[in-house]
Design a binder for this molecule. Structure first.
Ligand SMILES: C[S@@+](CC[C@H](N)C(=O)[O-])C[C@H]1O[C@@H](n2cnc3c(N)ncnc32)[C@H](O)[C@@H]1O
Length: 280
């Protein structure tokens, strides 16, 4: 049998990871409200040891490290060496932060953590129940799990608009199988609650949370990024769209996102799930 999550490991260590690194600054600014939601939900305390799953370039690991303080440790775990290189670079001045390149579904973690956190890093497992059961073993009894994920495409114009516009110009893409690994895998609250319970976690609570995404720049800049990363970019790559088609897609995305330009900058409504649970 092939290794689980092999396709994800490959994606995040090659093209997907490289793009995420390229746009990391923009992503961190855009997704800052999701980090705020995560940190408010996790309510970490000084001295706690924290495991940050799918930490990517490490924004949430650094935020956790600042809270738990120099006497405690944050471990960022990710399947992508490409992203972890970036995480290590950014956290160089936070000696209480370390990173490990592992598949969180199968890695045998030391059972020493008080809290597990993740910003958008736990929706990519081929067996989510096995993955959460494995990660729960990293937690001390009663240890807390807190993560944020997307509440679905329909509630999130950040994904919906580029996907719709790309489909209009380039034809629709095959819809993913329900709950397939990907950003929207945990959009269904009932399914997500069930899998966390099946993994042996207790006190499972999922809170739909409205936030405003805050990408830097204007709608043109959002559109320029959307043709290079995300659902429109995937469609563009899949059909090998030409320059003219890409420009048309970009222009329509810019027009659609102009609706979200405000005097404070871009404010794009989003709905996330704040998911919380406890290890037995
Ligand atoms: C959407 S990115 C989020 C990155 C980061 N948490 C952030 O908010 O910037 C998803 C991350 O999950 C990681 N990932 C995917 N599958 C994984 C697995 N099986 N084990 C560990 N990390 C995984 C990817 O490499 C990627 O860094």
């Amino acid at each position: 049998m092939s290794d689980p999550n092999q396709a994800q490991a490959e994606f995040w260590s090659t093209e997907g990871g490289r793009k995420w690194v390229q746009f990391q600054g923009v992503m961190d600014t855009t997704l800052a409200p999701a980090l705020d939601l995560l940190m408010a939900g996790a309510a970490l305390r000084p001295g706690q040891s924290v495991l940050d799953i799918g930490c990517g370039a490490g924004a949430s690991s650094r935020a956790a490290a600042a809270i738990v303080g120099p006497g405690a440790r944050v471990t960022g775990a990710d399947i992508s060496a490409t992203l972890l290189e970036e995480a290590e670079r950014h956290a160089a001045d936070q000696p209480n932060t370390g990173f490990i390149c592992v598949d969180a579904q199968t890695h045998v973690f030391a059972p020493e953590y008080d809290a597990l956190i993740s910003r958008f890093g736990v929706m990519f497992f081929d067996d989510p129940v096995a993955a959460f059961a494995n990660m729960a073993r990293a937690l001390r009894p009663g240890g807390q799990v807190t993560f944020v994920c997307w509440a679905g495409v329909d509630l999130n114009p950040w994904f919906r608009l580029p996907a719709q516009i790309a489909a209009r110009h380039l034809g629709p893409s095959e819809p993913p199988a329900p709950h397939a690994p990907g950003p929207m895998a945990f959009a269904d609250e009932v399914y997500t609650k069930g899998l966390l319970q099946d993994a042996g976690l207790s006190d499972v609570c999922i809170t739909p949370s409205a936030v405003m995404l805050t990408p830097p720049g204007d709608a043109e800049q959002v559109a320029s990024m959307a043709t290079r990363i995300g659902p429109a970019a995937s469609r563009i790559a899949a059909v090998e769209a030409g320059k003219l088609e890409i420009a048309e897609v970009g222009a329509d995305i810019a027009e659609a996102f102009a609706l979200f330009e405000t005097s404070q900058g871009m404010r794009i409504p989003a709905v996330l799930h704040l998911c919380q649970a406890r290890a037995a």
